[in-house]
Design a protein around this ligand. Structure first.
Ligand code: AMP
Length: 389
């Protein structure tokens, strides 16, 4: 997700720049001012409460803002990210935003502040008032809005300075120049971030071969926990010896070992563009672990893909694989195949459902040739990805 807050006094050009940014980065636009005007037009309880405050150029209460913003965010969870305009406007709202982002397992990438002088703000708003039809675009109210901005909104900047995500752009420059500066900031933001993909699918759906090919195409580090465990055994490391002992006792490898391996992989992979996870997370517990591990590295999941195939086709493919040299130890018995499909169904499907609610999962039809499926996945991944470049 890409989450940005556009900041600045009334008339700084936030709305104008937002129109361009939401299209370019496919973001969901949240303007608390627009939301409030909608509530007022609909004569809702919230709208009626806000009306007199807005007419006087004051700030409506944080309680009202939290209600409208939470509703809008939860209704649009599948979006590529959010662009906030006119929010946060108080120190309390900065905390509210932090809490909301945390709930979505994401964070605000940056706050871009458009600076303009008070006189320029007044000039622009009076000009806008001629056509906007907004009753608060008149000089007395404008002066009050600017006073509110200085008293309550400007202190918010320190909140973001302290977090190192505050960036300033001269809002008095021509529209095109402001746009170029903002795009530059976002590009820089993207280049700092890892592009992480999680690839889901039933055993036999082609996750492994597609995952490796995707890693090559997008220059990502392929992370498959199964082969990572095998590698430890082969190298005879301490972890490898523990895994062998567990295997010999017919026990599963505990999460704590897998966490260490992924942690090491993340720490060792300096300078990579991102990771593609295959076969992880398999359980809800592991999904929380992965979110936590990525967060520790200042990162998060960018895209989640699920390759879909019918059960019959899965069994056919696994059976076919068992007759080739690609046969896995667990491919050669129907009981084992059924067990693995069942494990996926009961443990991993709930993870996919959780991610689907939170971020949206890209569902890919797994039927067809390798290249056809590969092209479908690439298209899915590239949506929103191209605009990051
Ligand atoms: P705007 O369209 O952003 O200029 O907002 C118009 C008016 O709506 C403001 O002058 C405030 O009265 C109110 N408003 C908009 N967003 C907020 C916010 N985040 N917190 C408090 N009041 C707001």
């Amino acid at each position: 997700m890409l989450n940005i807050a556009l900041f600045g006094p009334p008339g700084a050009g936030k709305g104008t720049q937002s129109e361009f940014l939401i299209k370019k980065y496919n973001l969901f636009y949240i303007s608390t001012g627009d939301l409030l005007r909608k509530e007022m037009a609909g004569k809702t309880k919230l709208g009626l409460e806000a009306q007199s405050i807005i007419a006087a150029g004051g700030l409506v209460s944080d309680e009202i803002i939290v209600q409208i913003i939470e509703k809008t965010i939860t209704e649009n969870l599948g979006s590529n990210g959010f662009l906030f305009d006119g929010f946060p406007r108080t120190y309390i709202q900065a905390y509210i935003l932090e809490g909301l982002m945390l709930k979505l397992h994401t964070s605000l990438n940056c706050l871009i502040s458009l600076t303009v002088s008070e006189e320029e703000s007044v000039r622009r708003l009076l000009n806008r008032g001629i056509t906007s039809g907004r009753s608060d675009d008149n000089e007395a109210v404008i002066r009050n809005r600017l006073r509110e901005y200085h008293d309550k909104t400007l202190p918010v900047l320190q909140f973001y300075r302290d977090r190192g995500i505050y960036l300033e752009v001269d809002g008095a420059a021509p529209i095109e120049d402001v746009r170029t500066r903002i795009t530059g900031i976002i590009r820089n933001e993207f280049s700092k971030r890892l592009f992480n993909v999680v690839l889901f699918g039933y055993p036999g759906s082609g996750r492994g071969s597609q995952g490796r090919a995707l890693a090559r195409k997008y220059d990502l580090e392929y992370v498959a926990t199964g082969p990572m465990l095998d590698e430890e055994i082969k190298r005879g490391t301490d972890i490898g010896k523990r895994i062998t002992a567990l295997y010999e006792n017919g026990q599963l490898v505990p999460d704590e070992i897998v966490v260490q391996l992924i942690e090491k992989k993340l720490a060792d992979s300096k300078g990579v563009k991102g990771f593609i996870f295959k076969g992880y997370p398999r359980t809800l517990v592991q999904s929380y672990i992965l979110d936590g591990l990525l967060k520790k590295h200042g990162s998060s999941i960018a895209k989640i893909v699920e390759i879909e195939l019918s059960t019959l086709e899965l069994i056919r493919r696994l059976d076919e694989r068992s007759k080739t040299d690609r046969c896995m130890p667990y491919d050669n018995s129907t009981a084992k195949i059924v067990k693995r499909l069942h494990e996926h169904e009961t443990k991993t499907v709930p993870v996919i459902q959780k991610y689907n609610q939170l971020h949206g999962v890209i569902k890919i039809d797994g039927m067809g040739t390798f290249d056809e499926v590969f092209a479908r996945i690439s298209d899915g991944i590239e949506e929103g990805f191209k605009s990051m470049r």
